[in-house]
Design a protein around this ligand. Structure first.
Ligand code: PEP
Ligand code: MN
Length: 362
């Protein structure tokens, strides 16, 4: 037999073994998927290091060679890793907020405003509700600009206990009166699960703030309420953790959830947080929920709001949140980052003339 003939025959045997390996790996993968389903049903961890070590020990103890034990361990670890990925992928598929589970976009309807259906939505208002006059002034401007969603904090999660904590129910009542006067809808943060019923009397959308993104009792309470929820990303939360937080709400039966990227903590100091722009297309890709970008808290400065807003919308955001105050210099919270009414008007003009938001109906 010639050398090339021999090589051909050996290669043919290798090809056969490749097919056998392929079939064996596929059979193994099917079994591990079934194991994944059992683990999900039992609520146990997908990754089981003790089981992996036992399997490796058994494999190595009957290793016939010529591969040495370390090489065998390495090869099988790759197979284990691929199987675990498969189990976790299946688990992701099961998430109610995932696009795998629901390919079409969720639309959130707040009054006449339909969110997530193509048109870009603006949510604007002061950081904190301070006085009736302050909120009325902002609400009037929103009305003039064709913005329908008024934000304002009545329960303020402040870093220092000595800082202004918000007006509480009085603040919610001010928001409601201003919104009713100008035909707007109210979005406001709730920090205590026990306040959901109170919220339902005053607000149209419950906000869960960044600091509470993993307050699981609050998320469950938001899932029980009959109102849309505006969920902000925690400042140190991964995109996956963010989606799990949304899952807490949706799994309780409230599917009207909007996600808001509001910047994450990094070493960068020139912005208050670092806007994770990649989170926007990732969230749109992985989830069917509407995605907003908070252009105020993410950057904490006024001078680059327009390019940031453009970037957010170009990345696929369904809307923007921004803080507007009649006199930011004297604001009781976030004085450095809120814009005043003329700045808000010019922001809106800019967005409209760039064709990024719908032109106002006169
Ligand atoms: C807010 O929007 O009022 C707020 C406090 O923002 P965050 O939770 O994103 O810090
Ligand atoms: Mn603020």
């Amino acid at each position: 037999m010639s050398m090339s003939e021999e090589l051909k025959q050996l290669r043919a045997q290798v090809d056969e073994i490749n097919v056998e390996l392929l079939n064996l790996l596929s059979r193994r993968a099917e079994l591990t998927k079934q194991i994944g389903d059992v683990k999900t049903a039992q609520g146990v961890n997908k990754f089981d290091p003790v089981r992996e070590r036992d399997m490796l020990d058994t494999i190595v103890s009957s290793n016939p060679g010529p591969f040495d034990n370390d090489t065998m361990r390495h090869l099988f670890k790759q197979i284990f890793k691929a199987s675990l990925d498969l189990q976790q992928q299946d688990h992701q598929k099961a998430l109610l907020v995932s696009r795998k589970r629901q390919p079409e976009n969720t639309h959130v309807c707040i009054g006449d405003t339909l969110i997530g259906a193509g048109e870009k939505t603006i949510v604007a208002g002061p950081c904190s509700v301070e006085t009736e006059e302050q909120v009325m002034t902002v609400a009037r401007s929103l009305k003039e600009q064709g913005v329908t969603l008024l934000r304002g904090g009545a329960f303020k999660p402040r870093t220092s206990p000595y800082d202004f904590q918000g007006l509480g129910e009085t603040g919610l009542a001010i928001l409601r009166r201003a919104a009713d006067k100008y035909g707007l809808k109210v979005i406001s943060e709730i920090v205590n699960p026990a306040d959901m019923e109170l919220a339902a009397r005053y607000v149209d959308v419950v906000q869960v703030g960044a600091r509470n993104m993993q307050n699981f009792e609050l998320l469950k309470a938001a899932g029980d309420v009959q109102l849309p929820v505006f969920l902000k990303r925690g400042m140190s939360a991964t995109v996956e953790e963010f989606l799990f937080a949304a899952e807490y709400i949706v799994s309780k039966g409230n599917s009207q959830v909007m996600l808001c990227e509001r910047g994450i903590r990094t070493y960068e100091k020139w912005t208050r947080n670092t806007l994770d722009i990649s989170a926007v297309p990732l969230l749109k890709q992985e989830s069917h929920l509407p995605v907003f970008v908070d252009i105020t808290h993410s950057i904490g400065r006024r001078d680059i709001q327009i390019p940031i807003a453009k970037a957010a919308l170009a990345a696929g955001a369904d809307g923007l949140m921004l803080e507007v105050h009649p006199d930011p210099a004297v604001a009781l919270s976030d004085a450095n980052q809120q814009i005043d009414i003329p700045q808000f008007e010019s922001f809106m003009d800019h967005m409209r003339s760039a064709g990024l938001i719908a032109t106002r109906e006169e």
